[in-house]
Design a protein around this ligand. Sequence first.
Ligand code: MN
Length: 281
Amino acid sequence: MSLRPVVKIVKGVPASDGDGVRLTRMLGTQEAQMFDPFLMLDCFDNDQASDYMGGFPDHPHRGFETVTYMLEGRMRHRDNTGREGIIGPGGIQWMRAGRGIVHSEMPEQSEGRMRGFQLWVNLPAKLKMSEPGYSEFESDAIPVEARAGGVTVKVISGVTTPPDGGAGTAGPIGGGAVDALYFDVVLPAGTRFEEPVDDERNAMLAVYEGQVRVAGGKIDALSGVFLGQGDTVLVEAITDARVLLIAGRPIGEPVFWHGPFVMNSRDEIVQAFEDFQAGKF
Ligand code: MN
């Protein structure tokens, strides 16, 4: 076994997106640019309606996937293909923007806490212009694996590899184009989470509650932890803690990213703007 070392720890950066939604950007910043195949990770956690009510009115995407995971609150999405739905507490939406979609993501509440994440997952060139599509699962359709000491692993994407050699738990998302692992791990103080993650994947942690130790270093919420090569991820909880483990196979292609479009060349970005303005999404 070789534990993955910590390559970089980056504190989340306060940001505002959509129509004034306050959030913490943990990937996709100057300090933490893309981590192939992942482009961006936002954590939103607001008690005040004024910090989320603006939501994310109509906007386009092309060339990648967005993964929304709600912890608390409800978000309504609606798009130009006529699809509409609500992501509730503990639920996820894995959306392939592909060749293009225009959608809105708006709070379905006017008070209370709204808390969750949005991850952007890049697509390889051969899938950037694919048909848009969705996978959506409510909380009770997403399995939670119990581990020693009260550790739980909610399996959104991919399959776990329990250290006791037991059968793994499969999430409702098979991993998508990059074989993504996306686990939400809850650790009581003093417990540990150990997970084999093969070195063909890049792996990161998003510590979003409490304090943990990874490869000897103490890490506080809200931080992105970028891991190096090895075959096993180990997280030790100093306090009660919650951590996302996100891993996927790097795509290794050129990335031209402009706002809501992520393509392989400058020409393709120009084309995306032209197509969007011509109403071709
Ligand atoms: Mn969006």
